[in-house]
Design a protein around this ligand. Structure first.
Ligand code: FEO
Length: 390
């Protein structure tokens, strides 16, 4: 696509990656993604904000055919999907200066072998004049790397946010007009990328209260011409207490654990609790991550394999621990053949979450009447705890 103007002096560049299906060899991308870049043209100087993932370099280079003289390359974040094409842009414009944070400078050298002589660092709150336009740099560490910053175009009140407020969503729509679709993509993105840094995100959100923002221009997904939409969503995800929702990530080898999941799900629903079961052999991990934004309780359901939990449950538990959701309560249910320590292993895998644990319900073989009664008691215990949720 050609550059598209979002104001008289700001153009939207970058590439839509409709076919990409995996990020970091981990995160599913059902809707692809985009790598947005922006050109800001002042009366005296021109700046490019962010670049694109190297496989899409040709798209960016074509778009830059209309930019004869580039003075500044603003690097908001060193991760390669935004900075991987920095060396190529520096080659094309021998006089361009990289503007970035002090923390990003050595990272650009380490990750991309950028010549340090071409990098100028800016402090938090520092401004850069483009003539009749002014860029203010806002350090925003841990969104989601330590070196990140935002850029505020003062005269237009546009906030460029790189990953912050982003969405893995390839679309020809310039603005977030299909709000339901964008909300879902942005929530998945928040869950997978930002949720582990919730405390820092909360501080950054508070700081942004001081800025008048007409538009939010992230480097993934469409531009928000109604910034209240995404700011409100983030405040809800980050600050509001968890909801009356139970997640059940599970694996069942021969059907017994599945029977237990079905019984517990029915028993919880009968008590007015929402439930999201995730069969980990087929589930989209992004959906599981999205559920973690809202859930109060997680119940791992696993058969016993080689004396411990199924490796599929181990992998999910490890990821859930790393995502640091707002979860408060947890439990383990499942079936075993002759013994094992599945509950102890699962509990250890999510140790950093400081969860309040229910007694496990582990059943030998096929669950029967006593197992169902135990699962009903578990559902009742969850319902009691959920009464205290605001
Ligand atoms: Fe979109 Fe952290 O890179």
């Amino acid at each position: 696509m050609k550059p598209r103007k979002i104001t008289e002096c700001v153009s939207f560049l970058g590439a839509q990656d409709f076919d990409r299906r995996l990020f970091d060899e981990l995160i599913p991308l059902p809707d692809g993604t985009s790598y947005n870049a922006y050109v800001v043209k002042g009366s005296e100087k021109t700046a490019l904000i962010d670049t694109v993932d190297p496989p899409k370099l040709a798209v960016l280079m074509n778009q830059l055919n209309g930019v004869e003289k580039l003075d500044y390359l603003i690097v908001q974040h060193v991760e390669q999907d935004h900075s991987g094409s920095v060396p190529a842009v520096l080659n094309r414009y021998p006089n361009v200066t990289v503007i970035t944070t002090p923390k990003a400078r050595p990272m650009l050298v380490d990750h991309l072998h950028v010549d340090p002589e071409r990098i100028v660092t800016v402090e938090d709150g520092e401004t850069l004049s483009l003539g009749d336009r002014t860029l203010e740099f806002i350090h925003a560490p841990w969104v989601h790397w330590p070196e990140t910053m935002l850029t505020y175009l003062k005269e237009e009140k546009i906030l460029f946010t790189c990953d912050f407020f982003g969405a893995h969503l390839a679309t020809t729509e310039l603005y977030a007009t299909d709000k339901a679709r964008v909300y879902e993509a942005a929530k998945r993105y928040y869950a997978e990328i930002m949720m582990p840094f919730r405390a820092m995100i909360s501080k950054h959100l508070k700081r942004l209260d001081d800025y008048e923002i007409a538009m939010i221009a992230p480097s993934h997904g469409p531009v928000y011409d109604d910034p209240a939409f995404i700011l409100g969503a983030y405040r809800h995800w980050v600050l509001d207490p968890p909801q009356n929702l139970v997640l059940i990530p599970y694996v069942s080898m021969h059907g017994s654990t599945q029977v237990m999941v079905n019984r517990l799900t029915t028993s919880l629903v009968d008590r007015g609790i929402s439930v999201k079961p995730f069969n980990l052999t087929v589930t989209d991990l992004g959906k599981l991550a999205e559920g973690l934004v809202d859930a109060s309780t997680i119940i791992f359901a696993t058969p016993t394999v080689l004396a411990g939990p199924h490796p599929g449950v181990v992998s999910a538990a490890y990821l859930i621990n790393a995502l640091r959701p707002k979860l408060k309560y947890a439990g383990v249910i499942g079936s075993y053949g002759w013994g094992g320590k599945a509950p102890e292993t699962v509990t250890g895998l999510v140790g950093t979450l400081k969860l309040d644990w229910f007694d496990p319900v582990m059943v030998k073989g096929l669950p029967g009447k006593e197992a169902f009664q135990a699962l009903d008691r578990l559902a009742e215990a969850i319902a009691m705890r959920h009464q205290s949720l605001s």
